[in-house]
Design a protein around this ligand. Structure first.
Ligand SMILES: [Zn+2]
Length: 175
């Protein structure tokens, strides 16, 4: 299940559809029709999609940060929240700034007193603000950025030419 990954990607501004109801054939057909990349943890589904010419990505990591780092690496997604492109984690619609007086009855009194900036989903009406949970979001993204760096370094090492590796071995032997 990639529900959490979906929510993260939407917050970062990616247009992500999610379904745990469609069967494999319908998922593949939808991705192809809508020119989407199918993200899945199901290797068989990934293989099937690829064989049918549908763009697909096989998510392997088990942690939320790991999954996000893998996807960010593959699709060059910037791991910074930009509210001007951010999407509603619940329904995937774009959010827009909303004036404080419009959210009076939508948020608690404490929130209303402490925060000035609010955003609202254009579709479902959910109100967002950068409250106490925001620290957690930033920390998660920082952790993900570090994982991404490690992944990039590892793949750079994999791609480095073998003569260098041989040289390293020779150096060790010479000592
Ligand atoms: Zn929404």
């Amino acid at each position: 299940m990639l529900g959490r990954l979906t929510r993260w990607l939407r917050i970062l501004g990616c247009d992500v559809k999610y379904s745990n109801e469609l069967n494999d054939a319908a998922l593949i057909a939808t991705a192809k029709r809508e020119k989407r990349t199918l993200l899945t943890k199901d290797f068989e589904l990934y293989r099937q999609a690829a064989s049918k010419g549908t763009e697909a990505f096989y998510v392997q990591a088990s942690t939320a940060e790991g999954k996000l780092a893998e996807v960010a690496k593959r699709f060059n997604i910037e791991l910074t929240v930009n509210m001007s492109v951010s999407r509603c984690p619940k329904c995937n619609s774009r959010v827009r700034p909303v004036s404080k007086d419009k959210v009076t009855d939508r948020v608690g009194e404490g929130t209303f007193t402490h925060y000035e900036d609010f955003w609202q989903c254009r579709k479902c009406g959910q109100v967002y603000w950068q409250g106490a949970h925001w620290k957690g979001i930033r920390e998660k993204l920082e952790k993900t950025k570090m994982m991404l760096e490690t992944m990039r370094e590892e793949s750079a090492e994999d791609q480095s030419s073998s003569p260098q590796k041989t040289r390293k071995l020779e150096k060790k032997r010479a000592r």
